[in-house]
Ligand binder design. Structure first.
Ligand code: CMC
Length: 428
């Protein structure tokens, strides 16, 4: 017999269905609760609320497990490429060699963005944050590719929208970087795969062919894979909820980019390096900064530490920490902040404050050190997170559409003033 949960309110008992996922996670289905009882549930920050049933990513925060479509993140990070992982997330299966080739071919056919998109750059102040630019530019793509605006698309049309979104994002991100330097943009070249093309547009020059170091290509693939999806996080939930009103793919992804920007989410990778730099300039006294992080009267938090879901370790952080040592060594980079980061981690992992609250380094703790070694400026880090997360957002958006999910619309408990009589301003 199917398991149910019982809810007692006053002298009435209600039976609620229990849903079980393929990895044994259980949920009480409250979708009919209000109709049955007149009550809603309250869960500020959705700490205990499953917003959907999803077959994309599985995450066990207690065990530190992360799998995309069933494949452990450790295997994908070691053996796969970003574009193969993007295919896996979006279409549900690892591609055959032929399918991967045609996916790559389709992507390379759509990497150019409309020339008029360049005019937007003239409007941005030279020091404006790349995340603000990215969110605006992705939204603006909808103006140039209006065929993506149709709320109900055929499978082929939907697929074309997905390909264009993925293909043009790499170009837009690299152009933001080039424009921030005041350099001319570099056009994509079809001979390169997705990641190499991105690096070519970012670090290439118009005047000469620049050979991209294979170490940099590998490192970039790894970082992008590790960021590619993370189930119902703040930005993915934003993408799904915006898309649930039948908004187009560009508008939905642009909203996801805005959600990612915050320092509690993707913006943490920039905040971590800024914090490490500050600690270095301050003399490198890690104990002092750990004490500040623990002080409830001090707003300082140890950036890159803690996670809503991971309560033992973040498997992405483990892979990145190891990759960080390898990549810096291969590139011959000696970064003092890496030592500060390791010291902070060592002290925090022994400190009862962090142990009791199950606070561990997350994906953002070491990723910035690698981005820096690869030559990216600090304010580009979150944009790189967005580039990596894009296949995940697309997969979440596509799944939400294919499941024909209803428009996202939470309830609330109103705690404001009850009815008041309006008083003319002269009498107030
Ligand atoms: N430094 C110091 N104390 C912390 C930290 C931290 N980084 N993170 C959490 N705490 C404390 C917090 O003060 C609270 O203490 P108390 O119980 O005494 O009030 C307790 O730990 C629980 O924290 P919370 O804020 O209720 O936990 P949350 O699940 O709402 O927030 C978080 C998770 C990631 C927003 C938070 O840990 C944080 O702000 N971390 C720093 C920012 C960061 O690194 N964000 C990147 C997340 S991973 C990348 C991604 O997927 O977006």
């Amino acid at each position: 017999m199917a398991e149910t949960a019982q809810l007692k309110i006053g002298d009435k008992t209600f039976e609620l269905p229990v849903i079980e996922g393929t990895e044994g996670e259980k949920a009480i289905d409250i979708s009919k609760l209000r109709d049955q009882t007149g009550y809603v549930t309250l869960d500020i920050g959705y700490k205990n609320t499953g917003a959907t049933k999803s077959a994309i990513t599985f995450l066990d925060g207690e065990q530190g497990i992360l799998k995309y479509r069933g494949y452990p993140i450790e295997q994908l990070a070691e053996k796969s490429s970003f574009i193969e992982v993007a295919y896996l997330l979006i279409y549900g299966e690892l591609p055959s060699a032929e399918k991967l080739k045609s996916f790559q071919y389709e992507l390379s056919r759509h990497t150019l963005v409309h020339e008029d998109m360049k005019k937007f750059f003239d409007g941005f102040p030279s020091k404006s944050h790349p995340m603000g630019q990215l969110s605006s530019l992705v939204s603006a793509l909808s103006a140039f590719y209006p065929e993506s605006l149709k709320p109900s698309q055929t499978t082929e049309e939907l697929n074309q929208s997905i390909i264009k979104m993925l293909a043009k994002m790499a170009t837009v991100v690299s152009w933001i970087y080039k424009k921030s330097l005041g350099h001319p943009v570099i056009y994509p070249q079809n001979k390169y795969d997705y990641v190499t093309n991105f690096l070519h547009m970012t670090f290439g020059q118009r005047t000469e062919e620049v050979e991209i170091d294979p170490v940099v290509i590998d490192a970039m693939n790894k970082l992008l894979i590790l960021h590619a999806d993370h189930e119902q996080n703040c930005s993915a939930s934003t993408v799904r909820i915006v898309g649930s009103s039948d908004s187009n793919i560009y508008a939905s992804v642009s909203a996801g980019i805005s959600a990612l920007w915050g320092p509690l989410h993707g913006g943490a990778n920039q905040a971590v390096i800024e914090m490490l730099e500050k600690i270095k300039e301050d003399g490198g006294d890690t104990d002092k900064w750990i004490a500040k992080a623990k002080d409830k009267n001090d707003p300082f938090r140890l950036m890159g530490f803690g996670h809503r879901v991971y309560k033992n370790f973040d498997p992405r952080a483990r892979i990145i920490k190891k990759a960080c040592d390898d990549i810096l060594e291969k590139l011959g980079v000696n970064d003092e902040v890496l030592e500060i980061a390791k010291k902070l981690e060592e002290v925090a992992l022994k400190d009862p404050y962090f142990v009791e609250r199950k606070l561990y380094p997350n994906v953002d703790f070491y990723s910035g050190i690698i981005y820096r070694a690869l030559g990216f400026p600090t304010d580009m880090f979150t944009v790189l997170f967005a580039l990596g997360r894009l296949p995940g957002w697309i997969a979440q958006w596509k799944e939400m559409k294919e499941n024909k999910e209803p428009i996202g619309r939470p309830r609330q408990i109103y705690v404001g003033a009850t009815t008041k009589e309006y008083v003319e301003i002269a009498n107030r």
